[in-house]
Ligand binder design. Structure first.
Ligand code: HEM
Length: 129
């Protein structure tokens, strides 16, 4: 018998169902989000670097943007995404060899607080020093 898939609002409610509150699912969703952000960043990074081919004047204009406050805020958010993805990646790798399987809630909490702490340290260094 084919599986019944909900449609419309029922589909949204299905997505919000309590199983999503399981720490492992939250970490999975954040890992996918941060993975997509990293891929996007890589593409933007290559486009921006290609501006080097236009010579020093084009690059100097970009440097002014790189030093602007909104850009630096974006930088710290990117660092938060990188740190979370890396720490959670290590958590997932540890799971595959049997570490943290019984305490996934604790390991997810450790990854989230560790990422938040490191990102806060980075934002202090970038924005407030
Ligand atoms: C310290 C470096 C990194 C580590 C340890 C790491 C680790 C991982 C792991 C373990 C997964 C699979 C998670 C799972 O099966 O639940 C994953 C997924 C992924 N990673 Fe990374 N990664 C790293 C860097 C990157 C970078 C630099 C990018 C992008 C340029 C990236 C993009 C992605 C994407 C798009 C996925 C798929 C997400 C999904 O389909 O749910 N990762 N990463």
């Amino acid at each position: 018998m084919p599986a019944i898939r909900p449609h419309g609002l029922a589909r949204v409610l299905f997505w919000l169902a309590p199983r999503w509150r399981d720490p492992g699912w939250i970490a999975f969703a954040l890992n996918r989000l941060t993975g997509a952000i990293l891929v996007l960043y890589l593409l933007v990074h290559m486009v921006v670097l290609s501006r080097l081919a236009a010579g020093p004047s084009g690059w100097n204009d970009l440097l002014a943007i790189f030093g602007s406050q909104p850009f630096l805020v974006g930088d710290t958010l990117l660092i938060a995404a990188v740190v979370f993805h890396a720490l959670n990646g290590a958590r997932v790798a540890a799971l595959t060899v049997g570490y943290g399987v019984r305490h996934s809630g604790r390991s997810v909490a450790l990854v989230i607080t560790g990422s938040a702490g490191l990102a806060a340290l980075a934002s202090w260094g970038i924005l407030f020093r």
